[in-house]
Design a protein around this ligand. Sequence first.
Ligand SMILES: *Cc1c(COP(=O)(O)O)cnc(C)c1O
Length: 405
Amino acid sequence: MKDRTRAWIDADRRHSWHPFTDQADWEKRDPLVITRGEGVWLYDSEDRRYLDANSSIWTNIHGHSHPKIVEALQKQAATLCHSSYLGFANNRASELAERLCSFFPEQTLSRCFFSDDGSTALEVALKMSLQWNAQNGREGRDGVISFEHAYHGDTLGASSVGGVSRFVKGYGESGLPVYRVSDLSDLRSLPEVVVETISAVVIEPLIQGVNQMRLWPSGMLSELRQWCYDHDIHLILDEVMTGFGRTGKMFACQHEEVIPDFLCLAKGLTGGTMPLAATLTTEMIYEGFKGEGRTLYYGHSYTGNALGCAAALASLDVFEEENTLERIEEKGLLLESNLSNLTLRRLGLILAFETQDGVDFCHELKKQGVLTRPILNTVVLMPPLAINQHEIEFLAERVTRVANV
Ligand SMILES: *Cc1c(COP(=O)(O)O)cnc(C)c1O
């Protein structure tokens, strides 16, 4: 091991604290120190290369250090890195807001509120829904319906609507009345006295990510949309994971032609390069915040960050230039057919299968040059959308090798 690798690991051991990590386990093994990325490959400080099979926790889209995005970032960095969105507009944020809204029919999702991460995109949607109801003649609607085992992020508000018990242990409830339902029929059986107090329903459309990649039955999303219309309740779609092509379409809601009241975007928004999030909503919601005493008091220091917006614009350009969306289904099928020895589930380029021990399996995969993270005993394969045929075959071959031991 090189001296500087040792030094980096030692510094990590002495001073760092990693997310979602039992640091007692962490301290038992030397971590990889990632120093470089190119395409679907990550390189460690010893110059070993690994296929990034979970797109760096579901963020990367076009591969690492994509030249178009790098160029856009370099240009933007030399021009303007950040200026406050509080009191000023900036050219890149203007362009990106317009571009994101243009994915949806006119008079639907026409307003974009920027924040920094998936969790904050959810916080924004929840606060907007609750406050909109409170100040637009619909007082008493302070409840939220979410789905069991859902994941919506880790900030206090976002985690309180989530349903993964191991992530909220120790914090209790946030004070928000949250009703968790298991499915549509459970939702339909909620008593009317509860339904009358609900501001919004929040869901990960088509597939629950952190819940070991569980797929919703097809048609469920459009039925939920109808239920929300019928009861005059907002629909918040958390497309933090599913957005930007993972499922084969730009957004998962497009599979069932559903348009929500709030659409939360983050992870893939910048192609996996910068932390940036967006909450899209309708003109009706927007109008309900105008006038004295009706302001949405929400924002962060880095809201509308110019570097993040420039990266997101470049990523959307790459989608067009490389016809990224057209080949996702084909790539997903190829990976699936190369893994026909496994029982797996798939949506677009999201694949998952069960193992005896997820941690061991991923540890073995790492030795074979493939990086991914298990969710309990589920192994997730979610490579960058830019993965090519040769790389898909490599990935499948290595996974098969580990599965057959
Ligand atoms: C990752 C994720 C979040 C949280 O996003 P962060 O950027 O990690 O805060 C929320 N919802 C879903 C569906 C996610 O996959």
